[in-house]
Design a protein around this ligand. Sequence first.
Ligand SMILES: O=C(O)CCC(=O)C(=O)O
Length: 288
Amino acid sequence: MDFVSADGSFACEVKNTALWETPTGDDAQAIREAYREHGVLVFRRQSLSERELLDFGRLIGNPSIYAETHWLSTYDEVIILSNMRGQDGEPLGGLANKGLTWHTDQSYYAEPVTGCFLYGVEVPANGGGTRWASLYRAYETLSDSMKNTIDALVGTFSYRARAGTVTKEDDNHDRARRIGETPDVKHPLVNVNPATGRKALYIDPGTVVGIEGMPQDEADSLLDELLAHTVRPENVYEHDWRTGDLVLWDNAVALHARDAFPNEENRLVKRMIIKLDPAQHIIPPVAA
Ligand SMILES: O=C(O)CCC(=O)C(=O)O
């Protein structure tokens, strides 16, 4: 196995792997460490059944069940994101427009499941790429005075804000119930990796609706400034999907966004969320 920078970015590409044979021993450990260190790992051109995807997921953490159960694939842990429809005309999976803007997953929960896999099964020739921005690098490249300003700040993370207006279609998929069951939660805007001591920014545009003790207009402009700093091109990895690509990321240390693609093109990716080891990874804590 070789670990190299993906496209000169912070993300790490793991070369010379055949993940259908689940890595063991030193190889497994090297993958876990690279994942912890870089936050985004790229494996090009794999050929994985859902069973093999799940087995690889278990090497990284505990594959978990996603809230959107109507997007399920064969295994409860694997969901389908797609614009395609089956022979019965029904959608094969979900494709949220909200994915088009920078975000991180599950920040609105008290205990977010932070690991995530995307596996490309059918990908468009044009568009439909995915971008990641490192929240470690974002923090590390802030000025000392900005670090001092934000080190102890706490944000309010809101599922209601993230979910937006509940439409009738969403209602059918239980979104209104989920909004009711997911109260706003407070997380620090800066978290520390328990194993390495490395600090990462924790922002989620569209979900963080305020900062404790700060007037709304100041909070809004600080959050805008932090986002602009985070997604500067030198801090972003842009993945141009090819069939069989697998990308793993840690939602506590990276933002992501999908690019649009033409309606007439097909895109189907399989997604799995993974509960990560709290001794090795940042699990955003609830702020007191
Ligand atoms: O489909 C993609 O490329 C990104 C999906 C996404 O935004 C997500 O899984 O949260």
